[in-house]
Write a protein that binds this ligand. Structure first.
Ligand code: AMP
Length: 462
């Protein structure tokens, strides 16, 4: 099936062709004709499915087809609400790319940067606003944006906006919109709160479902490596080195944890950058650009910062710490296996996290394979410790306490990762030295790691 059959205008087809897309993705096939008809939609689609083009293309067409209406010289006609700055920037880029042959303009509105350039842009007149809720409300209170002329509202990654506590802001924004409008709601997961929002917002929506609910992308190979809490970093460096991973997105629960891990990896000689809400927008953009360009091998991120990141062909996602909210696991691994590429999601799980793992497996409705990496066997003497809740704004909502001892069936891998080939390399290396020396067994030889190969178990005093 080609894009021509979806009812899109010549200008949009030209823009799509310019992107090199040969055929629409399932969400685009399902959503574009319905949105063009003017209907509300409720779409269950994760990032990576092509959902942004799925709503942007028909939105642009509808705006371009009808002359500007409403009061004022140049009213805002479409509002796209997103949870994070990064997603705002990416959706804004898509709007500009797909709309480049149309006489429509847009503004990207998010916090953490100066408000004045945004005000100037709005004053010049824009058709489409792509915004995070908080900064949009700042503009509302300064009367620098008027939302009373909105014809189309998009809530993108609505579940994430709810997770991040934006429901009040969303309700305030909804109250400012005209009653007569088209509503498009995109969400990867459906909680009760999401359903309530959808019910209150949407009128007779078409339902578009492209991935099974709460299930991760089909093409992602998932594996859990049980490991001791204090040996996670060592194991991560080992895996990056031995598997020769060139581009890895690593998740931590907290901003502090992201910074610390990134610094430690740098000490291990693995180029790394951290991305989280405490970083300036400039630093976040730079880190992402370096990562995309391959200048930085590992991007360590918190859930919120990583939300909506669009990195083509990201091959590896590592859960350095499991998320407190099981749905975040689905979001995290959705960063890999995107747009038809195979991906690999690795979770390093220590005894403290067993309860979190059980919650995730319950959500997925299946057990994840457990594979012990030789040399990194779990020390049964180590007791579970409570997981500290991230401080407000640190990462996620609820933190979950420590769980039971590992009760899951475990497969032992003989010094080899189950997916991809193991080159064999030193587990831990002196700071700043080159890695990937072939021929060394895990954790053996140079560096501080004790020899733990051949199944030998050692209790590490810490
Ligand atoms: P999204 O789910 O909107 O974040 O899109 C994920 C990725 O898929 C982005 O890099 C898009 O550029 C890409 N993409 C969107 N539509 C298509 C398509 N029809 N064919 C190939 N790639 C696409």
């Amino acid at each position: 099936m080609s894009f021509d059959t979806l009812g899109l205008s010549a200008e949009l087809l030209r823009a799509v062709a310019g992107q090199g897309y040969s055929e629409p993705t399932p969400v685009q096939r399902a959503a574009i004709p319905v949105i063009l008809e003017g209907r509300d939609i409720l779409a269950g689609a994760q990032t990576g499915t092509g959902k942004t083009a799925g709503f942007t293309l028909p939105l642009l067409q509808r705006l371009a087809a009808v002359p500007r209406t409403g009061k004022g010289r140049h009213p805002v006609r479409a509002l796209i609400l997103v949870p994070t700055r990064e997603l705002a920037a990416q959706v804004g880029e898509s709007v500009a790319t797909y709309g480049k042959h149309l006489p429509l303009n847009s503004a990207i509105i998010f916090g953490g940067v100066k408000i004045n350039p945004q005000i100037q842009k709005l004053q010049r007149g824009v058709d489409i606003v792509i915004a995070t809720p908080g900064r949009l409300l700042d503009h509302v209170s300064q009367r620098t944006v008027d939302l009373s002329t909105i014809e189309i509202l998009v809530l993108d990654e609505a579940d994430r906006m709810l997770d991040m506590g934006f429901i009040r802001d969303i309700r305030r924004i909804l109250a400012l919109l005209p009653k007569q409008r088209q509503n498009l709601l995109f969400s990867a997961t459906y909680s009760t709160e999401m359903r309530q929002l959808a019910d209150s917002l949407l009128h007779n929506p078409a339902q578009v479902e492209v991935a099974r609910r709460n299930t991760p992308a089909e093409r992602v190979a998932q594996v859990v490596h049980p490991v001791d809490r204090e040996r996670k970093r060592e194991l991560l460096s080992f895996m990056i080195g031995t598997q020769n991973w060139r581009q890895v997105l690593v998740f931590t629960r907290t901003k502090h944890g992201a910074n610390r891990l990134s610094e430690q990896l740098e000490k291990d000689g693995i180029s790394s950058a951290a991305i989280h809400g405490n970083k300036s927008q400039g630093a976040r953009t730079r880190a992402l650009a370096d990562f995309k360009a391959g200048a930085v091998r590992v991007l360590v991120a918190t859930d919120i910062a990583a939300r909506g990141l669009d990195i083509d062909q990201l091959p590896h996602v590592v859960n350095y710490e499991l998320p407190s909210v099981p749905e975040d696991y689905v979001h995290r691994i959705g960063r890999t296996g995107r747009a038809g590429n195979d991906g690999q999601a690795v979770s390093l799980v220590c005894v403290d996290e067993n309860k979190l793992l059980v919650d995730i497996e319950r959500l997925l409705r299946r057990d994840l394979p457990k594979v012990v990496i030789q040399g990194y066997e779990v020390d049964p003497a180590i007791r579970a410790e409570p997981i500290r809740k991230p401080r407000a704004g640190q990462g996620n909502r609820s933190g979950s306490a420590a769980g039971n001892r590992q009760g899951n069936k475990t497969v032992h891998a003989a010094g080899k990762h189950p997916v991809g080939k193991s080159a064999g390399a030193a587990g831990k290396r002196p700071a700043g030295k080159s890695r990937n020396k072939p021929g060394n067994a895990p954790g053996r030889g140079r560096g501080k790691a004790p020899a733990r190969g051949n199944g030998a178990r050692q209790v590490r005093a810490r």
